[in-house]
Design a protein around this ligand. Structure first.
Ligand SMILES: Nc1nc2c(ncn2[C@@H]2O[C@H](COP(=O)(O)OP(=O)(O)OP(=O)(O)O)[C@@H](O)[C@H]2O)c(=O)[nH]1
Ligand SMILES: [Mg+2]
Length: 254
């Protein structure tokens, strides 16, 4: 059997990665697909799903803090490096739970995952060529024009780090009013609409030159329509599946 596809879920703290890991697994299993899950967060205290592979079996944030007298942030960095050292073992554990799709729940401190070498090692060892990253836009941030641009920049900087295809997801859409959802989706499809919203936002947020930046993003393929999802209502699960299918059936490349 061909090996499965790794779907990494990344995004700012609390953006809904863990909930989406569970929601997608449940949806896909109901569709008859084999899905396993990997928890990559050494500091996770509670998970709403039972991961087939759990990084806490090797590395625990609490233990690293105690043993090395580190605060939570220093300990997270050390954990990331320790996880990289265990990457081969992680790979073996993933291979022992074969599945069509392996959903990988990234740690909450996304700057660690996004900017430190350790995550690159893990992604490489687990197989870059069969990986895709879903970047979650938190609606609490995405619903203002400046917050939306900030998330776009963050998503772009993660995309520069990992040579894998990306999909941009709007999380928790059940929390948005219909007109908020409409605005966000329009901004994600049309940078002129986003530019106009930026200009119209309160004084101090005027960014006349932003249209140049946004155009450059589009040219680079970093600006693309958001896929609305909700782990609560299960909206968008089939869309995530279809996007991943498109990417690996000879569609777009990274
Ligand atoms: N209404 C609603 N709440 C959600 C949804 N997804 C997640 N949440 C809530 O948002 C909060 C954060 O969700 P998590 O899934 O833990 O987010 P995370 O990105 O894994 O968080 P960290 O790992 O701490 O960075 C929790 O209270 C979830 O119940 C959703 O689709 N709808
Ligand atoms: Mg989480």
């Amino acid at each position: 059997m061909e090996k499965g596809v790794n779907i990494y879920l990344v995004g700012t703290a609390g953006s809904g990665k863990t909930a989406l890991t569970r929601a997608f697994q449940e949806w896909a299993q109901a569709e008859g697909l084999q899905v396993s899950t990997v928890n990559l967060d050494p500091g996770a205290e509670y998970l709403p799903y039972s991961p087939e592979v759990d990084v806490r079996d090797w590395v625990s944030l609490k233990e690293v803090m105690q043993e090395h007298g580190l605060g939570p942030n220093g300990a997270q960095i050390m954990c990331a490096d320790l996880i990289a050292l265990k990457a081969e073992e992680l790979k073996e554990a993933v291979a022992e739970a074969p599945a069509d799709y392996i959903v990988i729940d990234a740690p909450g401190q996304m700057e660690l995952f996004a900017y430190r070498l350790a995550s690159e090692v893990v992604v490489k060892v687990l197989g870059e060529e069969r990986s895709v990253m879903g970047f979650l836009f938190d609606p609490a941030l995405a619903k203002t024009p400046s917050g939306f641009v900030s998330l776009l920049l963050l998503s772009a900087s993660v995309q520069f780090r990992f040579p894998v295809p990306f999909i941009n997801l709007l999380a928790k859409v059940d929390l948005l009013a219909p007109e908020e959802l409409d605005s966000i989706l329009r901004w994600s499809e049309d940078y002129y609409a986003l530019h106009d919203a930026l200009i119209a936002s309160p004084a101090g947020m005027r960014r006349e030159s932003s249209v140049e930046l946004l155009r450059a993003f589009e040219t680079l393929g970093l600006y693309r329509a958001l896929t609305p999802t909700s782990s609560q209502t299960r909206q968008g699960m089939a869309d995530i599946y279809n996007l991943v299918q498109q990417i690996f059936s000879g569609g777009e490349d990274a």
